[in-house]
Write a protein that binds this ligand. Structure first.
Ligand SMILES: C[S@@+](CC[C@H](N)C(=O)[O-])C[C@H]1O[C@@H](n2cnc3c(N)ncnc32)[C@H](O)[C@@H]1O
Length: 161
């Protein structure tokens, strides 16, 4: 499998999982959290498809496309290992949807980081809330859901409280 194949599978899976999660959580009023803005493509997708819910972005350093840059009141700047605990104090367990795409090219490092942030992410989800991740997460109390149609095994993971 070429890197191009892997990239395409990842993009197609992100879209399928996000669309599934958006539809499944449509009745929940709580905020949406995008962890890792990057270029802002998935943030833009969320913004286009979600109505009536605030979308907050967590990012170390903003470097997104101008069309896909959140306004300052919806930007939570800093390392997620520090900003997630503060966000839990601020929002409580209210998130309707959390999307994490924090990884880079080093799969072992991504896995190590997923283990570190899983316990920080888990308490932020509201009952019925969904978490979509590009990396396997390590939750104690969330259910891993089967992938929606169109997503490729191993390229995306979906969890529900
Ligand atoms: C793969 S990119 C996200 C791409 C995005 N989903 C898109 O569609 O454009 C990952 C982003 O996560 C951010 N990131 C990685 N680790 C982080 C951390 N510990 N705290 C905050 N941001 C982090 C990086 O700065 C990078 O911008």
């Amino acid at each position: 499998m070429s890197r191009l194949d892997v990239f395409i599978d990842r993009m197609v899976s992100q879209r399928a999982c996000l669309d599934f999660a958006i539809a499944e959580t449509a009745a929940l009023p709580g905020p949406v959290f995008e962890l890792g803005l990057g270029n802002g493509r998935t943030y833009h997708h969320l913004r286009e498809r979600i109505a009536g819910r605030d979308i907050y972005v967590f990012e170390r350093r903003i470097a997104s496309h101008p069309d896909s840059t959140p306004s300052p009141e919806f930007t939570i700047l800093g390392d997620v290992t520090e900003t997630l605990p503060r966000a839990l104090e601020r929002f409580g367990p209210t998130a309707s949807l959390i999307h994490a795409d924090l990884g880079g090219h080093n799969l072992a490092k991504n896995d190590q980081f997923a283990r570190k942030v899983s316990p920080l992410i888990e308490p932020m989800l509201a009952p019925g809330g969904i978490m979509v991740s590009s990396d396997r997460m390590y939750f104690e109390g969330l259910e891993e859901l089967p992938l929606p149609e169109g997503a490729v095994e191993g390229r995306c993971f979906v969890y529900r409280r």
